[in-house]
Design a protein around this ligand. Structure first.
Ligand code: UDP
Length: 233
């Protein structure tokens, strides 16, 4: 693989704390991404916002559109923070948003992002799609398709795709490989349904693994991989 889009959940960044950032977790991600860059892989990153705010359920009384705007701004904070952590290890980075954030970020444009990736910069796509009622999953899928990534790497709390929830069902079976059609048919929650359909229509494969496992981001692109491949052909 030459170009990947890594999706990290906001909650994963919070480590055990559940809110805000766990610096050691973020440094661990940065060290692994550095290894991928050294292997010549181009890396783009999308980060969720669940460690700050979820538009759907963080407030019961304010309007959803505004609540989602807060969620999107949370993902901007996450990207600025993680980008700076990456810089402490000597990597070059760029943070893009789909809306203007003054001098904090750059407005997303495919050509600029691809150029930055080709220069070896780690590119962050903050602010999701820029629209309410979407998620960072849809932002991930959209950007992965736009920048013509070879795959989406999904670093999750669980270590792959199971036939039922392994937290509630100890008999749950993990797939080594599953087709995206089967993900749809079985309504498995790998990413949300909108994103699943987008991946299917645009033939974007996904590589799913647990972020908590040692060196799992590097392993995801090696023979040591033990998560789930979601195939599209
Ligand atoms: N969000 C949005 N549009 C997008 C991406 C994100 O409105 O394109 C908002 C939404 O409110 C979401 C929050 O940002 O709940 C954080 O994103 P994330 O996808 O992490 O939310 P989660 O899936 O964890 O609820």
């Amino acid at each position: 693989m030459k170009r990947i889009l890594l999706k990290l959940s906001g909650e994963a960044l919070a480590g055990g704390k559940g809110f805000g950032f766990d610096e050691e977790t973020c440094l661990g991600v940065a060290r692994q991404v550095k290894v991928l860059l050294e292997q010549g892989i181009q890396v783009a990153i999308v980060i969720g916002g669940g460690n700050f705010w979820r538009g759907r359920n963080s407030s019961k009384i304010i309007e959803r559109t505004k609540s989602d705007q807060i969620g999107m701004l949370g993902t901007v904070m996450n990207c600025i923070y993680v980008s700076e952590i990456f810089r402490t290890l000597g990597m070059k980075t760029k943070v893009y948003t789909p809306f203007l954030c003054g001098s904090f970020t750059e407005l997303f444009a495919k050509d600029s992002a691809v150029e930055a990736l080709e220069e070896g910069k780690v590119v962050f796509f903050a602010g999701g799609t820029g629209h309410p009622y979407f998620s960072t999953d849809t932002g991930t899928t959209l950007r992965a398709i736009e920048i013509e990534a070879d795959a989406i790497l999904l670093a999750k709390a669980v270590d792959g795709v199971y036939d039922s929830d392994p937290k509630t069902n100890p008999q749950a079976k993990k797939f080594d490989k599953i087709s995206i059609q089967e993900v749809v048919d079985r309504r498995l929650q790998v990413v949300d349904l909108t994103s699943t359909i987008m991946c299917m229509e645009n033939k974007m494969p996904m590589v799913v693994f647990g972020l908590n496992e040692e060196n799992s981001i590097v392993k995801a692109l090696s023979d040591e991989f033990n998560g789930t491949y979601v195939t599209v052909d």
